[in-house]
Design a protein around this ligand. Structure first.
Ligand code: FAD
Length: 622
């Protein structure tokens, strides 16, 4: 009876959690849910089966199976590469939360800290098509012309997310997307702390502080990590001003009839803007209107117009002074915005009433986005007292979008997936620190150029693996030697190919298998300077010259090259096997008689053997 009572209470709390729409309620109900179910947030593979078992209601089932399907994607490797990794995410904005979800699915232990105690941003983000597909994979469901981010066959039940969009389907308010992603993150087992601000890194100590292997800065454009080795570059210089405004959506019929403006810019509708200027004295370059939780407007006014309308008291050449709060007349700003909106909507939005912002004030603001910042690098690594820490940036912290035209969080999401791919490569441990960083920097080079058109077309295949998203990716565009400055270590870095994990780790060796083509090419490159030809993988042993050439290239102290002609091939191979075993602990792969007639049946064994040699020797020359 008591078990049944607990289950009913859990289901009830779960339903309330699904319907909650503020940060406070979501977290309160989640904590209640954990308490009823006797659960503590932890890594996905421990947490998920438990919560699923405790809330078996059919209402939740569709949600669980979506999560399960997502977690089963190959890129997460069933938690194999995340299991030993503790990830801290700074900032619970859309991109930090999206990164948290993937890190959790990767099997890592994930903690998010968010300095605010409210999700209060009404502004609306434009969604690229892949973002909609992504949200759907996390549970979004189409309902007629609208999206319900719910998980039920019946829309009255178990609606986790409430309404996604009240107008067209390609936008969502920041606070709403935060609520959606937070709910997903929590149900997967992410630990979330509100009202906690990150202040800085503390080096490893024995004082019992929680240590992390990976830290991702998702704390927005003014990222605190810019002082931790992430230099920023400015991307734009021409003065650019934007006004954002939010009005209460009362969901009346009259409001519903007014069409959205998905981006009218001066070059396309010159007459429209000239008419507005002539009749209202308002000169704009662009205006966007989205009907969402609020009526959301973003417009880019000309400075002269703001001065003439006395929105700005005084002209200053420096944007910081021009738009400083002391230089802005808030009432004139509200009037200016209203007039522009009345003109743009043909006065068809009746009784407009400002929504309130974080501070309880009318939600209208003027911003300078003259300078947009991008980080010069997407990641770096620090080693102290034997502990390696990977640090990365995501979202606006990495690359600020040109938001008035709505690149929104699309690039932010791409950067979040990329950061978790890096976390996966790190956790896998097979590559060196610098190789992981170099791969991440190679991928980052593409981010600023992405558009909805130049991404891969099959959005259902998108995941953290960059090859699923960027059609022309070159993962080796940046090489390890170019970015040694991104690795800050308290011990000299012996060689750029130092693996992240201990190469003597037998588990690592057992798992490590390089692709056949890659290995063949690598061996060919290594032995070519010694005039040894290798046509196929089997030639490596059959010819009995490739391995001596390879070892001599890296460790000339271990073997003479070439070996004398009169030495039998079988004896040569045996000698090599023994050297590799004694010096590098690489087990003898096969009998030396067999090695010289090596064929298809030995191929798998040979590839494993060569993969281990690669792991020891990769790189150019020691
Ligand atoms: P953010 O959304 O900025 O989230 C960062 C989070 O980190 C915040 O919740 C913050 O409280 C938290 N944080 C900061 N410092 C710390 C710390 N030290 N410790 C812990 N937590 C911390 N995009 C559009 O598409 N349309 C728009 O109209 C639009 N308007 C915008 C208006 C403004 C004023 C700004 C700044 C941005 C706007 N954007 C707009 C851009 C859009 O908001 C971002 O692209 C998107 O929110 C990026 O998400 P993010 O998670 O990277 O960062």
């Amino acid at each position: 009876k008591s078990h049944g009572h607990d289950q009913a209470l859990a289901s009830d709390t779960f339903d309330k959690f699904c319907n909650a729409s503020t940060l406070k309620d979501i977290l309160g109900l989640y904590r209640q849910l954990c308490s009823v179910c006797k659960l503590v947030p932890t890594n996905f593979h421990e947490f998920f089966p438990k919560i699923r078992g405790k809330i078996p209601s059919w209402r939740a089932e569709e949600l669980w199976s979506r999560f399960e399907k997502k977690a089963a994607e190959k890129c997460y490797a069933r938690g194999r590469y995340g299991g030993n990794t503790k990830v801290l995410i700074i900032g619970g904005g859309p991109c930090g939360l999206r990164a948290a979800i993937d890190a959790q699915l990767l099997g890592a232990k994930v903690v998010v800290i968010e300095k605010r105690e409210k999700f209060s941003r009404n502004n609306v983000l434009h969604l690229w098509p892949f973002v909609i597909t992504d949200l759907r994979a996390l549970g979004a469901k189409e309902d007629g012309h609208e999206f319900n981010l719910g998980f039920c066959s019946d829309k009255f039940f178990a609606v986790l997310y409430g309404k996604f969009c009240a107008g067209s389907i390609d936008h969502i308010s920041i606070r709403q997307i935060q609520c959606i992603l937070l709910k997903v993150a929590l149900l997967l087992g992410v630990e979330f702390y509100e009202g906690v601000g990150f202040q800085g890194l503390v080096e490893p100590s024995s004082s019992g502080v929680m240590m992390f292997d990976v830290i991702l800065g998702a704390d927005g454009r003014r990222t605190i990590l810019s002082s931790e080795g992430f230099k920023r570059k400015a991307l734009r210089a021409k003065l650019a001003i934007a006004i954002t405004a939010n009005f209460i959506n009362k969901h009346t019929e009259a409001e519903a009839k007014v069409e959205e403006i998905s981006g009218v810019s001066y070059i396309f509708r010159q007459q429209f803007f000239q008419d507005m200027d002539e009749s209202m004295g308002i000169a704009l370059e662009n205006i966007v209107y989205y009907k969402d939780e609020t009526h959301y407007f973003v417009m880019t006014p000309k400075k002269q117009s703001l001065l003439e309308k006395r929105v700005l008291y005084q002209d200053f050449p420096e944007p910081e002074l021009l738009l400083a709060p002391e230089n802005v007349d808030q009432e004139a700003l509200q009037r200016f915005t209203m007039e522009a909106i009345v003109f743009a909507t043909d006065n068809r939005l009746p009784e407009l009433e400002f929504a309130l912002n974080h501070y309880g004030q009318p939600d209208v603001a003027v911003f300078d986005f003259t300078t947009m910042y991008a980080s010069e690098n997407a990641c770096r690594a620090v080693q102290r007292k034997g502990h390696k820490l990977l640090i990365g940036l995501v979202g606006d912290a990495l690359l600020e979008p040109f938001w008035p035209t709505g690149s929104g969080c699309a690039r932010g999401f791409l950067g979040s997936y990329d950061a978790i791919w890096m976390t996966r490569q790190w956790g896998k441990g097979l590559n060196s620190v610098l190789e992981v960083l170099a791969e991440r920097e190679s991928i980052y080079r593409l981010l600023g150029q992405t558009t909805p058109e130049n991404l891969s077309k099959d959005h259902n295949q998108f995941n953290i693996d960059p090859r699923t998203r960027y059609p022309k990716i070159n993962l080796g565009a940046v090489n390890a030697r170019q970015i040694t400055y991104l690795y800050d270590s308290d011990v000299p870095i012996k060689d750029v190919y130092d693996p992240i994990r201990d190469p003597n780790d037998s588990k690592l060796f057992k798992e490590f298998v390089m692709p056949h083509d890659f290995l063949l090419r690598w061996i060919q490159e290594q032995v070519a300077p010694k005039n040894v030809q290798v046509g196929s993988i089997a030639d490596v042993l059959n010819g009995a010259s490739a391995l001596p050439a390879l070892i001599h290239r890296y460790r000339p102290d271990l073997i003479a090259f070439p070996l004398p002609d009169n030495v039998d091939k079988c004896v040569k191979n045996q000698l090599i096997f023994e050297i590799l075993q004694d010096e590098f602990d690489i087990g003898i792969p096969m009998d030396c008689e067999k090695s010289v007639t090596c064929g298809d049946s030995e191929r798998g064994m040979l590839i494993r053997y060569l993969s281990q040699i690669y792991l020891r020797f990769r790189g150019d020359i020691c």
